[in-house]
Design a protein around this ligand. Sequence first.
Ligand SMILES: NC(=O)c1ccc[n+]([C@@H]2O[C@H](COP(=O)([O-])OP(=O)(O)OC[C@H]3O[C@@H](n4cnc5c(N)ncnc54)[C@H](OP(=O)(O)O)[C@@H]3O)[C@@H](O)[C@H]2O)c1
Length: 306
Amino acid sequence: MSEQPILVAGATGTQGRAVVDALIETGLRVRALVRDPQSAAARALADRGVDLVRGDFDDAESLAEAMRDVTGVFSVQMPPMPDDLDSELRTGHLLIEAARNAAVETFVHTSVARAGDQAHFVDWNSNRWWPVYWNSKSGVNDAVKAAGFPHWVILKPAFMMDNFIPPKASWMFPSLARGAVDTALKADTRLDLIAAADVGRFAAAGFADPARFDRQEIDLAAESLTMAEVAETITAVTGRSIVANSMSGAEARAAGNHAGLVESQQWASVEGYKVDLHRAWSHGIALERFRDWAERHRSAFQVGEG
Ligand SMILES: NC(=O)c1ccc[n+]([C@@H]2O[C@H](COP(=O)([O-])OP(=O)(O)OC[C@H]3O[C@@H](n4cnc5c(N)ncnc54)[C@H](OP(=O)(O)O)[C@@H]3O)[C@@H](O)[C@H]2O)c1
């Protein structure tokens, strides 16, 4: 184990937990930034030998304390909230500033594929695709690049496979419980997919060998599937019959889908993550395909009969 730990933000969440797993696997020491050290998720980390430090993305003092003697920081930010549109930019800058003050060597940030390319989106100038989301993502990326870290990496994942299981599936795919994948994606739209575990593997590789991906923005997707193919795979893995229904935006909202998610599905049908899969596979880290990911998470699916 290296002497100085890596601080993992969002360590109880989907990507942060995957980063913790991969760092442990790599033999690097982990410190987890958690809001509540007594939560079940935080205690599960502590049980695995992870040091916990209490902190909040919005509390600069707690971030400074958490950074003491760390050599690397994994950064994940929450998207802006409708009632706090500056939140992602603000907390992104706070974490970067704290890491810079602590003379952190390697900063690995997870963003999203296409962040920074939004000016090229169809209808971008008509404010169709919630500009605050894309501008926040690219704004934090720009701040990471400008911060002067000796080493930085920006990971740009596409759509997480982990969205098809709880806790995300309960609001992202409420129809799964009824045996359906109801979306506003067109039937022939292929969605670029990545497992959170692969975000973890790339982050850990970036910390283990800071020169390897230094100063790179890395788009991440293992493959690109239609929702019919996703439904077919979940059917095969769970033994429950799942169908994919392609709906209009109004129909998808009426079926109980979150309005913001419906908009992102419409975006994916028009624009999409456009990850160069050949390039994503070229970095020397084997990516997990949806079928393998689904097999690994077979017992986590909450699906009903169609
Ligand atoms: N889902 C996708 O398909 C996808 C794809 C690409 C990019 N993204 C981006 O990924 C990000 C979300 O990542 P995720 O899915 O890993 O997140 P997540 O599963 O929702 O987990 C969020 C983590 O951040 C922590 N957290 C939230 N607010 C905090 C605060 N104020 N102070 C300290 N910790 C806080 C949470 O801690 P608690 O346990 O205390 O709640 C939790 O550990 C978003 O920015 C999203 O845009 C998502």
